[in-house]
Design a protein around this ligand. Structure first.
Ligand code: NAP
Length: 300
């Protein structure tokens, strides 16, 4: 088969050139600063320059809401040079028990508090974590435009939005919505079919793929279906002498929307495997085989 999918290069993201793989801090927790720093250092060593966090990360740990951002802020306080090496993305708008608030009053204060926790005066990207069905997109747009004009947020992104929700927000913004962030992996295929990848490509938006290993299920397959998908990823991994995780990230990145996998492992040795993901190439037939195995049926 000669139709190998194209090679990977750095990508432009929110106006910055970044590595095609990001590292995420949903699971970034704990009171051990040296341990936290080791994870950040491992990501830098692996060539990662794009880091994704959220105000709600850590809410299920003793540190509570805001603690993942605060931990990163503590790392910056100890090693201020790190912040400038990073393209930093955070998000807000989820409140446990509410569950969503994108009103002007809430978002304005959420952005300010995030920056305070992160001990920085701006982030390169600020994302609405989930769509708030009770906020008019015009109100959201005005709030985010103000934060953008004030230099607090370099660019605006959305997470878990539909294409129509994204278009409605974009309609009221004088600056573009630069990125989508949705779940995408060989186990979660929705963006291929729900218009998110189409919109990303049509509008020149970046796409961040959350839970690229299915939240860890591909690391440790627990059922027949996952094992069948993992077997195809293992075959590709064996061909290139890389880990299954790396083969999985490469499958994610092979789509022409150029999804940026947000790697979630907190294990420095696994973080160091990230560059392995740039080796595998997929033929169309191999890539579609993973898709069809995950779907449990062949495309027509
Ligand atoms: P993931 O990469 O799919 O899963 C990571 C998990 O898999 C970790 O718990 C990791 O454990 C485990 N794992 C098991 N075997 C592994 C292996 N061989 N290699 C690597 N990891 C393995 O991603 P995720 O953590 O679910 O999500 C990644 C990022 O996406 C988050 O940090 C966050 O930034 C973003 N996210 C966004 C949303 C949203 O709504 N926008 C939702 C969820 C996540 P170890 O740590 O022990 O390696």
């Amino acid at each position: 088969m000669s139709d190998f999918l194209p090679a990977l290069a750095n990508v432009t993201f929110a106006g910055h050139e970044v590595s095609p793989i990001a590292w995420g801090m949903w699971r970034f927790a704990g009171a051990d600063l040296a341990n936290a720093r080791a994870r950040i250092d491992a990501a830098f060593e692996a060539g990662v320059t794009l880091f994704d966090t959220a105000d709600i990360y850590g809410c299920d740990t003793p540190g509570g809401f805001g603690s993942a951002e605060a931990l990163l802020g503590d790392v910056f306080a100890e090693a201020p040079g790190l912040r400038d090496k990073m393209v930093l993305a955070t998000k807000g708008g989820i409140i446990l028990g509410v569950p969503y608030d994108s009103s002007a009053r809430y978002l304005t204060s959420a952005i300010d508090i995030s920056l305070k926790r992160l001990r920085t005066d701006h982030v390169e990207l600020w994302q609405i974590h989930r769509p708030d069905l009770l906020s008019h997109p015009q109100e959201i747009a005005r709030t985010l435009e103000e934060a953008h004009r004030a230099g607090k947020i370099g660019a605006i992104g959305v997470s878990n939005f539909t294409p129509a929700q994204t278009a409605a927000l974009a309609k009221f913004l004088p600056v573009p919505v630069v990125s989508h962030q949705s779940e995408f992996s060989p186990l979660h295929l929705a963006p291929l079919f729900d218009g998110i990848f189409d919109q990303s490509m049509a509008e020149g938006m970046s796409f961040l793929a959350w839970s690229p290993l299915g939240g860890g299920r591909l690391g440790d397959p627990a059922d027949e279906h996952t094992r069948a998908v993992a077997a195809l990823l293992d075959a590709k991994a064996a061909e290139y002498g890389v880990s299954r995780a790396a083969a999985t990230y490469s499958w994610v990145m092979a789509h022409p929307a150029r999804p940026i996998p947000i790697v979630g492992t907190q294990n420095p040795d696994r973080i160091k495997e990230i560059p392995q993901a740039f080796a595998p190439r997929w033929t169309r037939a191999e890539w579609y085989a993973v898709l069809q195995t995950s779907m449990g049926e062949n495309l027509p």
